[in-house]
Design a protein around this ligand. Structure first.
Ligand code: FPP
Length: 243
């Protein structure tokens, strides 16, 4: 993985978050089982993680499984969990060696203990890495994240560790799953749906959005690079007037 290449765009997004949608339709349109689409989707994850540093992207956050995805057939849920285990098992050592800091966001308690252990293990092994930041959202929902943060803040107030008058936006951020991470500059959703599906509602207050028609298994590095280049042409004002 190359870092700091001369091909870096001058004003590109440094934190990109992706709603990887369209795996099921990609598979169904080819007469394949939905899990085949998720498998192809996992290949895309590997390629895009590899491509980020050269494109000037230092943080990548991926929506892999939402709090609503438990409603899918048990076989699909189990298949997705198997893919997460396999990704950590097969890619973990490489991520450690390449200086990638891996974090998982979302509620952990509903996940199988062995997967939870794999996730915590990879987080611990990459804790000191800072070359690239990969965050994977599993059992994540923005409302759930804000609820869990609020409960923990309320507990801290009750214990006298913080006072309610002193709660600021920074305090809230420190209690979110994404504590310590910058807000995403660009959020991409694949497969032609115009929704955010509970992805990073607090963190995306000033993010740019790109909705692309391509289904996630067809979202190549070149298509990803096109979005990164397109972002460089946008003007971000963060509520102010153009300077
Ligand atoms: C949405 O497509 C995709 C998911 C719910 C799963 C995303 C998971 C992966 C890309 C697999 C591996 C991930 C990692 C991090 C290793 P969909 O099934 O909702 O598609 P549809 O809307 O066409 O049915």
């Amino acid at each position: 993985m190359e870092c700091g290449s001369s091909s870096e765009p001058s004003v590109g997004p440094t934190h990109v978050a992706i709603i990887m949608d369209g795996n099921g339709r990609w598979a169904e349109s080819r007469g394949l089982p939905r899990l085949q689409g998720h498998r192809r989707g996992a290949d895309r994850v590997r390629e895009i993680v590899e491509a980020c540093p050269e494109l000037g992207v230092t943080h990548l956050t991926l929506y892999a499984f939402s709090t609503e995805n438990w409603k899918r057939p048990a076989s699909e849920v189990m298949g997705l969990m198997r893919l997460f285990r396999r990704y950590i098992r097969k890619e973990g050592a490489r991520l450690v060696d390449e200086g990638v800091r891996v974090r998982f966001i979302g509620g952990r308690e509903r996940l199988e203990p062995d997967l939870q252990a794999q996730m915590s293990g990879l987080e611990a092994q990459t804790r000191m890495n800072s070359r690239f930041h990969l965050t994977i959202a599993i059992n994540y929902g923005g409302r759930d994240e804000i609820l869990r943060a609020t409960r923990r803040m309320a507990d801290a107030v009750r214990r006298g560790e913080i006072s309610s008058e002193d709660i600021t936006a920074d305090t809230v951020e420190a209690y979110l799953d994404t504590a310590g991470l910058p807000d995403p500059d660009l959020i991409i959703r694949t497969s032609g749906e115009y929704r955010v599906s509970g992805f990073l509602p607090w963190q995306s207050a000033y993010s740019e959005f790109a909705f692309v028609d391509t289904r996630w298994p067809d979202f190549t590095v070149e298509r990803f690079a096109q979005q990164i280049r397109g972002f460089g042409r946008r003007e971000r004002r963060f509520g102010a007037v153009a300077g």
